[in-house]
Design a binder for this molecule. Structure first.
Ligand code: GLU
Length: 472
């Protein structure tokens, strides 16, 4: 195989959709698996909707997720510039050539005329394709439109030919030129449209494989016509199935959060999100779902992509997050946790990461962690309603008092051992002893294991909290 070169080509118009992140990951893994190069290209020719702040955020979000590239607007490379808005001069000679050779033409139809034509076709039950009525304008007609102040688009004259290609995921593909209307390659603003820019860029950047979502499949024949018309060599194509919502429609805002940023803010770990997106729609290895980055690179192949669409499953993502919260090194978790913490909390956890270890067993996301920190970091405590109710239940104060007396008398060193003795002594069920103690010492009815809390809390804090609980 020639040296592999792939690209991820987002439009910087908003947040990074989970489906697009998945495409980026597939491209990155493919390039790393075949020791190729991965290019980030910013498709910002939609000047009204694109913005630099989105690009900056996009780059930051991709890096957060663990996606890195070899060439791109931020890191440079031999095939730049990597922003389409900076390549307008590069496209110009190709456009001129197409027009000169009669493969493209100026179209003066207004939005309104096109809309009318569309409606007319739909009414007659015909596909709403552009009729090609500007295909053969005379010089005089053109001048008249110009004089009217109409600003033309440039359309590609689609040949009445069949386009065939082999998609590396979907297999043999075949499209009829006759079914495709002459499409716009340059907008009336003079800026090239997606299909043209993408072809010239992929060719000049020597992209060998275009791996993208199958929502782009209908663009591929248009692009292949352009490759042919321009005498450029097309890359290989691989259109992967999409990420769908539970109702099997394209994952969108209607289904809830759909961007990487939103999951980041909700406290998901990048490692979990990356792993989840990789296994959703691929089988890297039968019977396994957790993979290290190295394993993903080693095992990733286009053949391992499923041929059917993947369904987004939030409960699975949560499961994955819990898994990584419990298995990653504490320093890594602490790094991801930092934005959720106050500076003081971060410092204390860094000094005593065991506290984090104790909490992690009980949480689903990073966002759940700060709620448990006060137990370990603040001497004083506030009690939840539920905790107060438990403490007020019959027998609870008795248990709390016994525990208090035992500790103060220092009869027993091991606090869990004391609890066992209290169970024997009172004849209470285990729960009836544990719950009041938990409530008294943590102010809550849920949280880390008591055993771990005892190990991490200073004795005097425990005594003080027990005393305070007795007064509730
Ligand atoms: N800018 C296009 C998108 O964001 C890229 C499509 C492609 O990969 O060709 O969907």
């Amino acid at each position: 195989m020639n040296k592999v070169r792939v690209r991820f080509a987002p439009s910087p118009t908003g947040k990074l959709h989970l489906g697009n992140a998945r495409t980026a990951i597939f491209n990155m893994l493919f390039s790393l698996h075949y020791s190729g190069k991965f290019v980030l290209r910013i498709e910002d020719t939609d000047l009204e909707r694109s913005a630099r702040v989105y690009e900056k955020r996009l780059i930051e979000t991709l890096h957060w997720l663990g996606i890195d590239w070899d060439e791109g607007p931020d890191v440079g490379g031999d095939y730049g510039p990597y922003r389409q808005s900076e390549r307008l001069e590069i496209y110009r000679p190709y456009i001129e050539r197409l027009v000169k050779e009669g493969k493209a033409y100026y179209c003066y139809c207004t939005q309104r005329e096109l809309e009318e034509e569309r409606r007319g076709l739909l009414l007659r039950g015909l596909p709403p394709r552009y009729s090609g009525r500007c295909r053969y304008l005379t010089e005089r007609e053109r001048r008249r439109f110009e004089a009217e102040g109409r600003r033309p688009t440039i359309r590609f004259l689609v040949p009445d030919e069949t386009i065939k290609f082999f998609d590396l995921i979907k297999g043999e593909m075949r499209f009829e030129g006759a079914a495709i209307g002459d499409f716009i390659i340059v907008r009336s603003s003079g800026v090239p449209a997606y299909n043209l820019a993408v072809v010239i860029d992929d060719a000049l950047m020597e992209i060998t494989h275009v791996i993208r979502g199958e929502d782009h499949l209908s663009n591929t024949p248009c692009q292949l016509f352009l490759y042919k018309a321009l005498g450029l060599k097309p890359p290989k194509f691989a259109h992967h199935p999409l990420l769908l919502g539970p109702d099997r429609t394209k994952l969108s805002k209607r289904h809830g959060d759909v961007s990487v940023e939103e999951y980041r803010e909700k406290g998901f770990l990048p490692e979990a999100l990356l792993n989840y997106l990789v296994i959703t729609g691929t089988v890297l290895e039968r019977g396994r779902e957790i993979f290290s980055r190295e394993e993903m690179i080693k095992l990733f192949k286009l053949e391992k992509l499923s041929k059917s669409n993947a369904i987004f499953d939030l409960s699975k993502l949560k499961w994955m997050n819990r898994h990584y919260l419990r298995s990653l090194p504490l320093e890594d978790i602490l790094d991801s946790l930092r934005p959720f913490l106050k500076e003081e909390e971060f410092k204390k956890l860094k000094e005593n990461p065991k506290i984090l270890g104790a909490i992690l067993e009980n949480v689903e996301t990073l966002k759940d962690i700060p709620g448990f920190l006060d137990i370990f970091l603040k001497k004083g405590l506030s009690y939840t309603e539920e905790a107060r109710d438990i403490i007020k239940q019959k027998g609870a104060k008795e248990v709390i008092d016994l525990f208090y007396q035992y500790i103060v008398a220092n009869k027993h060193k091991d606090l869990m051992g004391i609890l066992d003795e209290i169970i024997l002594e009172t004849g209470f069920k285990k729960r009836k002893v544990m719950m009041p103690i938990r409530a008294a010492i943590t102010g809550s009815t849920v949280g880390p294991e008591l055993k771990k809390i005892f190990e991490l809390l200073p004795r005097e804090w425990i005594v003080e909290r027990l005393a305070k609980a007795k007064d509730i």
